[in-house]
Design a protein around this ligand. Structure first.
Ligand code: IPM
Ligand code: MN
Length: 355
């Protein structure tokens, strides 16, 4: 198969972890006989520094004309403590999601047998955890208008808005995923307080009869925050709005043992995007110490979701598990053992794929 992949490394450790994913993708291409080409473009603080714009038109061109996008990370501390900054790196990611129509963010949480002892949860609670969030990504309070300040600057407001259509398309993806998994769908909302959440619940209730094999549960977001820690095995597929999903998926991402491990996919348009859940970890940028596995596993999701190539995706997961079992790991999970460099882990994975 021919594949044109856009590389958007972004900020901080983004370029380093993307480099390792490229090694792995190239190894897969060689092994399975795919023609893979890459085009790199700027996004985030890196793009602001070069062009003044966190998502330049040239980057949109590259992204929109690719078959899939591999995205690193975004964010730079020089913008974080300046509430008056006119332009922020994060805006690049938000605009890209909106312009490309990537309305569904798929964020799985699963465990790695050889890392399970690193989980902040007790073994019996975390063993076998396997759930996936479908987070709505282009609506809600992230984009709702009006937003801003009053004239005196003494009041600020954001607006949470959802249309039935936005809720329906995201929910259908969740139902379909549940049908292929353990057939349990949890709708996460705050319907006891918010009008938007009541529309979510009503919409999901209307769709449910079309998926009679899926059991649907409705839970309030605060209760889910608690139960994700108490008994994460209770969940299979969870659907939720943009902000709730942002918060809960960060919580979920540490359950399996390290921040650096969980991948994600953003779906909804012809071009799909794949990125690690973790951020840009600026303190580690350029040091060759960051864990590349979340990005490598995002590349595995790319083969699966963007190209429907399951064997390729499975081989990547397999070698990642082998690297963990054999202790070829970066310092965040080295546990006092030898800590490998980011680039060494990437080299090892690529070599193992080809062996
Ligand atoms: C994420 C990030 C982004 C978000 C930021 C960087 C805008 O936290 O992908 O979860 O809030 O969506
Ligand atoms: Mn987030």
């Amino acid at each position: 198969m021919e594949m044109n992949i856009a590389l958007l490394p972004g900020d901080g450790i983004g370029p380093e972890v993307i480099n390792q994913a490229v090694k792995v993708v190239n190894a897969i291409g060689k092994k399975f006989g795919h023609q893979i080409s890459f085009k790199e473009a700027l996004v985030g603080a890196a793009a602001i520094d070069a062009t003044g714009d966190p998502y330049p038109d040239a980057t949109h061109e590259v992204a929109a004309n690719s078959d899939a996008i591999l995205f690193g990370a975004i964010g730079d501390p020089k913008y974080d403590n300046d509430p008056k900054a006119k332009v922020r790196p994060e805006e690049g990611l938000l605009r890209m999601r909106k312009k490309l129509g990537l309305f569904a963010n798929v964020r799985p949480t699963f465990t790695f047998p050889s890392l399970i002892h690193k989980s902040p949860l007790k073994l019996e609670r975390v063993e076998g955890v396997d759930f996936v969030f479908f987070r709505e990504l282009t609506g809600g309070v992230y984009f709702g208008e009006p937003r801003g300040r009053n004239e005196q600057g003494t009041k600020a407001f954001d607006t949470n808005v959802y249309s039935k259509e936005e809720i329906t398309r995201l929910s259908r993806m969740g139902f379909e995923a549940a049908q292929k998994r353990r057939k349990l769908l949890t709708c996460v909302d705050k319907a006891n307080v918010l009008a938007t959440s009541r529309l979510w619940r009503e919409t999901v209730q209307e769709l449910a009869p079309e998926y009679p094999d899926v059991k649907v549960e409705y839970e309030f977001v605060d209760a889910v925050a608690m139960r994700l820690i108490q008994w994460p095995k209770a969940y299979d597929v969870l659907i939720t709005e943009n902000l709730f999903g942002d918060i809960l998926t960060d919580e979920a991402s540490v359950i399996s043992g390290s921040m650096g491990l969980m991948p994600s996919a953003s779906l909804g348009s012809a071009v799909k995007l794949f990125e690690p859940i973790h951020g840009s970890y600026p303190q580690a940028g350029g040091k060759d110490i960051a864990n590349p596995l979340a990005t490598v596993l995002s590349a595995a999701m790319m083969f699966d979701y963007a190209f429907d190539l399951k064997a390729e995706a499975e081989l990547i997961s397999k070698v990642v598990n082998e690297s963990l079992a054999e202790g070829i790991v970066t310092e965040d999970i080295a546990d006092g053992g030898k800590a490998y460099k980011t680039s060494e882990v990437g080299d090892w994975l690529a070599e193992r794929i080809l062996s």
